[in-house]
Write a protein that binds this ligand. Structure first.
Ligand code: ATP
Length: 139
């Protein structure tokens, strides 16, 4: 069992939380939105209504101690970049960040995210690959 932190409970972050929990891991979920947090209080191991761009919040939860941190803030580019930067600076391991634009991918790469996901783009590539090469299995 591992312990992860997921910041942002949009469609992508929610799915990450649910899958990690289903896999038997511990997940701390953070969002600024009370409603999102309410929906996850019986799903995640621990929930927190907080602004992840506030360095003190990240320090308090000892963000560097998690086995992985997912920054699942997409559209709010400023919050996504600042949060990812602070998480990386704290020395956190396995930092995964979600991006919605190619510019965001560039900046998130610069600030040191270990892996960057563009859910729609990545899924589109997989679907196209599978259609074009049905003989090659997806793994
Ligand atoms: P998805 O496509 O996965 O639904 P999205 O790209 O629409 O997500 P946003 O809605 O911008 O992404 O953000 C996802 C979540 O992150 C939202 O629930 C939002 O409340 C939360 N969020 C945004 N800024 C912060 C922040 N500074 N700290 C914590 N959570 C935040």
């Amino acid at each position: 069992m591992k312990t992860f932190c997921v910041i942002g409970l949009g469609r992508f972050g929610s799915s990450v939380v649910k899958n990690l929990i289903e896999d038997g891991h511990e997940v701390v979920a953070i969002d600024t939105d009370t409603k999102k947090i309410d929906n996850f209080k019986d799903i995640a191991t621990h929930v927190m209504i907080a602004d992840a761009t506030d360095e003190r919040v990240l320090k308090n939860i000892e963000i560097d101690k998690f086995d992985g941190v997912v920054v699942a803030i997409g559209k709010n580019m400023q919050a996504s970049i600042l949060t990812t930067m602070l998480v990386v600076e704290s020395g956190a391991k396995n930092v995964v960040a979600k991006a919605t634009t190619d510019v965001q991918v560039k900046v998130l790469t610069k600030v040191g995210a270990g892996k960057i996901i563009q859910p729609e783009k990545d899924a589109g590539e997989r679907v196209a690959d599978n259609l074009a090469h049905p003989d090659i299995s997806d793994y």
